[in-house]
Ligand binder design. Structure first.
Ligand code: PSV
Ligand code: MN
Ligand code: MN
Length: 398
C-alpha cells in the first residue's frame, strides 16, 4: 500500500524544506577529460562568475545556498584579499562559501604523492597546504574541509604501502589539531585514478580508519563515483551511518568509473536507495550530520542546465525516498514477506512525485519548473554573450 496523497504531500513538504545540496564551483568552469576540453562560451572563468552562476541555481531551486571551493582554483593566493573578495561575492550573490577543498594533486612536486610522498620536505609542504586550507575555512566561516588525495603508485613494488599509511596518519592527526571546534575534516576515498596500481585511500574502510586516527571531528566522505562497478554503495552508507562516521557525499552518476555525470542520469534507483538509508536512519533517530554535495564536471552539457537538472533530480529522489512507508516496510521485513517488502520499497521509487515537488516550489515562491525558468530567464544567453566575447575560438553553444 502506498501512502495517501495527503500524507505523501505532507511528508514531501517536510523533506523538501530541509533539503540542501552544495554545488561545486568547478561544475561551472571549463573542464574536460585527459584527452582535452571542449570549451563553452558560457563557462565561468572567474570566482565572481562561479558565484553568479551558483546564485542563479539557488534562485531557481531554493536548495543550494552554499558553493564548494577548490583552494588553488578559487582562492589561489589564500591571501586576506582573496578572502575579502569571496566574502563580498557571498553577499552580492546570496550564496555562502561551502566546503573547502585543498588541492594536493596539481603541483609538479606531487608526482610521487603529497601527504604520502617519500620526501619529508614534500610531505611537510603538502601538510602546510592542508593547514592553510583549514585556516581559509575558518576565515570564511565554512565548516567542512574535504580532503581528496591523488596519492598512490602505478607499479607493484615501487612504493612502501605501509610507510605511506604511517605518513598519512601523522599528517591527518596534525591537520586535525588545527581544526576549530566547529570545523570537520572529511576524508574522501577513491579506488583508482590517477594512480592505477594502488591508491593511498582506496576505500571506505581505509578512510574510516584514517578519520578515526585523525580525531573526533573527522568523518568519511562518500563520492558515489568512487566505487568499483557492482559495489553496494547503500550498504557502505548504512555502515557509515551505523558507526556514526558518515560525514558527507559527493553526488554524481556514472556508467563506468568516476564519470562525474549528472545525478540519476544513468541509475536514479541508486540515488533513491542511498537516500532511503538516510531517511531511515533519521527516523531511527541516529545521530548524524551529513553534508550533501555535488561533484560533477559537465563537459558536454550546458553547465547551468546540467546543475539545475541535478539539483531537481536530487530533490525528486529525496522526496521519493521520504515516501517509503517505513513502518509497513519494517513489519514486512520482520515477517520476511519478500515480494511485498520489495513492492513497498520500489513502489515509492516509481511514484511520480514531480507534481508534488512543483506545488511545493510554487508555495515557496520558487519556479515550478526550474529548467524552463532558466531557459526563459535569458541568463545563459546573456553570459554566453558576455563571457564568450572575451574568449577566442570557443563553441557558441552554452
Ligand atoms: C576526485 O576525483 C574528486 O572526486 C575530488 O573530490 C576532487 O576534489 C574533485 O573530484 C575535483 O574534480
Ligand atoms: Mn569527489
Ligand atoms: Mn571524483
Amino acid at each position: 500500500m502506498s501512502l495517501s496523497e495527503s500524507v505523501a504531500f505532507d511528508r514531501a513538504v517536510k523533506a523538501l524544506d530541509s533539503f540542501r545540496i552544495e554545488i561545486p564551483s568547478w561544475g561551472f568552469a571549463n573542464t574536460g577529460t585527459r584527452f582535452g576540453k571542449f570549451v563553452q562560451a558560457a563557462a565561468a572563468s572567474t570566482i565572481e562568475e562561479k558565484f553568479a552562476d551558483a546564485g542563479e541555481v539557488n534562485r531557481l531551486t531554493g536548495a543550494t545556498p552554499t558553493l564548494a571551493l577548490h583552494v588553488l582554483w578559487d582562492l589561489p593566493s589564500g591571501s586576506p584579499h582573496d578572502v575579502a573578495n569571496v566574502r563580498a561575492l557571498e553577499k552580492r550573490y546570496g550564496v555562502r562559501s561551502g566546503s573547502i577543498n585543498p588541492n594536493l594533486f596539481q603541483d609538479q612536486e606531487y608526482k610521487y604523492g603529497s601527504l604520502c610522498n617519500p620526501s619529508a620536505e614534500v610531505r611537510a609542504r603538502a601538510l602546510g597546504h592542508m593547514v592553510k586550507s583549514i585556516e581559509l575555512g575558518q576565515q570564511l566561516g565554512s565548516r567542512d574541509v574535504s580532503l581528496w588525495l591523488a596519492d598512490g603508485s602505478n607499479y607493484p613494488g615501487t612504493q612502501s604501502i605501509r610507510n605511506r599509511i604511517e605518513w598519512l596518519e601523522d599528517a591527518l592527526r596534525t591537520a586535525h589539531a588545527h581544526l576549530a571546534p566547529e570545523q570537520r575534516l572529511l576524508v574522501e576515498y577513491k579506488p583508482f585514478e590517477p594512480a592505477f596500481y594502488h591508491t593511498d585511500i582506496a576505500d571506505w574502510g581505509m578512510a574510516m580508519h584514517l578519520a578515526r586516527e585523525a580525531g573526533p571531528q573527522a568523518r568519511v566522505l562518500v563520492d558515489t563515483g568512487h566505487h568499483y562497478a557492482g559495489q553496494n554503495i547503500e550498504q557502505i552508507v548504512a555502515w557509515l551511518l551505523h558507526t556514526g562516521m558518515l560525514g558527507g557525499f559527493h553526488f554524481n552518476d556514472r556508467r563506468y568509473a568516476d564519470d562525474d555525470l549528472t545525478l540519476g542520469s544513468i541509475d536514479p534507483y541508486q540515488v533513491f536507495r542511498i537516500f532511503h538509508e538516510i531517511h531511515s536512519a533519521q527516523s531511527d533517530d541516529l545521530q548524524m550530520d551529513v553534508a550533501f554535495m555535488i561533484d560533477q564536471s559537465h563537459n558536454l552539457k550546458g553547465k547551468l542546465e546540467a546543475m539545475v537538472q541535478t539539483v531537481a533530480t536530487a530533490q525528486e529522489m529525496w522526496v521519493k525516498a521520504a515516501l517509503v512507508d517505513r513502518e509497513e516496510l519494517a513489519a514486512l521485513q520482520t515477517s520476511c514477506e519478500l515480494v511485498n517488502a520489495e513492492e513497498t520499497f520500489r513502489g515509492a521509487f516509481w511514484r511520480d512525485v514531480r507534481p508534488m515537488v512543483a506545488t511545493w516550489r510554487e508555495k515557496r515562491g520558487i519556479p515550478a519548473d526550474p529548467l524552463a525558468a532558466l531557459r526563459e530567464s535569458g541568463y545563459v544567453e546573456r553570459i554566453t554573450r558576455e563571457r564568450g566575447s572575451r574568449q577566442v575560438g570557443v563553441a557558441s553553444y552554452a
